[in-house]
Design a protein around this ligand. Structure first.
Ligand code: ZN
Length: 341
């Protein structure tokens, strides 16, 4: 398996986020990058550093003003007297408010929907590197059966002009859009335990991208306001958005059955390539603690994706720190390789 990464992805590492009335450890720690990197090297995969290309593939999916905001917000914040060391919004517009301000606090609230995206001086270099990894991985897929974009920070909650759920730039959506230029129709299948609400929004009216997401019931966990089964796409994309919300404590058989349903949709769609938003936070030992997926479950999932026999771009999403995190990635890859060989 060809693995794409960039060392700057490890830079972003805020310590805390504010949730449930308290500061708690920020889940997307730099150790995640180090764990994924170590597993790929130990297992003998070819690891390639992504070059930094232009921003165009990013602004093909994201609002250019939002991208400029991400590049500059920390400098604006740190020049504001009395502001703390980390950029965290504390006021947001609701669906009844539609005036976009240009001053810092208003703009920050406009471009975010929660306190889950703390920003430091290292955030833009990391999220930019993560997006460039996705872009380069998409480009390298031509002529290869599969490529792994070792993205971190993750991306699937990010909208064209909104950071959300620890996501700033939607790596999988940027890569999927780019793949449509080479492969025509593309299916994006999201198996992170949280609904891929940003990806859903980006492709909701598109006829050339099928989006399937398997995730915990959004009434019970983020993103709360999207991810329901009746969200099926609109316009040219009607029927091409397929959500499968599952209950808490879902185990391997039900999860794999949902993957089978998604993969049957993929086969019916007959895409030229498949992208996978590959999260491991559905795991039984993940600190998110929603599903109970085992190493055997991830291995079987890998086998079933490989059995599609289509060019496949694997894009890393969630999956948080536990002694087992690396083993979930290893299991998925072992299943994928077993079917491919
Ligand atoms: Zn997640």
């Amino acid at each position: 398996m060809l693995v794409i990464h960039h060392p700057d992805q490890a830079l972003h590492d805020p310590e805390l986020v504010f949730r449930t009335g308290q500061f708690i450890p920020q889940p997307d720690r730099r150790e995640r990058y180090e764990i994924f990197q170590r597993v790929m090297q130990e297992d003998g995969h070819a690891v390639e550093t992504a070059p930094f290309g232009p921003l165009d593939p990013i602004t093909a999916v994201h609002d250019p003003d939002y991208v400029t905001f991400l590049q500059t917000v920390y400098a604006r914040w740190s020049a504001s007297p009395g502001y703390g060391p980390v950029v965290i919004p504390n006021v947001h517009p609701t669906h009844r408010m539609h005036h976009k301000p240009t001053e810092l606090l208003g703009e920050l609230g406009w471009y975010s929907n929660s306190t889950s995206c703390p920003i430091t001086a290292d955030t833009w270099p990391s999220v930019h590197a993560s997006a460039q990894v996705a872009i380069h991985a998409a480009d390298r897929l031509s002529g290869l059966p599969a490529v792994y974009a070792m993205c971190r920070p993750p991306g699937h909650h990010a909208y064209p002009d909104l950071m959300s759920g620890a996501c700033f730039l939607n790596n999988a959506a940027i890569a999927t859009h780019r793949l449509t230029k080479t492969f025509g129709k593309v299916a994006l299948v999201d198996i992170d335990v949280h609904h891929g609400n940003g990806s859903q929004f980006i492709f909701y009216e598109r006829a050339d991208v099928l989006f399937c997401s398997i995730h915990v019931d959004p009434r019970l966990s983020a993103p709360l306001y999207a991810g329901y089964a009746d969200e099926i796409g609109e316009g040219a994309g009607k029927g091409l958005n397929f959500n499968q919300p599952l209950p808490l404590e879902t185990r391997d058989p039900e999860w794999l059955a949902a993957i089978d349903e998604a993969l049957a949709r993929v086969q019916g769609f007959a895409p030229g390539a498949v992208a996978v938003s590959l999260g491991f936070d559905a795991a039984e030992h993940d600190p998110v603690a929603t599903f109970k997926i085992t190493n055997a479950g991830f291995m079987e999932a890998g086998r079933r994706f490989a059995a599609l026999d289509l060019p496949t771009l694997l894009v890393q999403e969630g999956g948080y720190l536990s002694p087992h995190l690396g083993s979930y990635l290893r299991s998925f890859f072992q299943g994928f390789a077993r079917q491919s060989s």
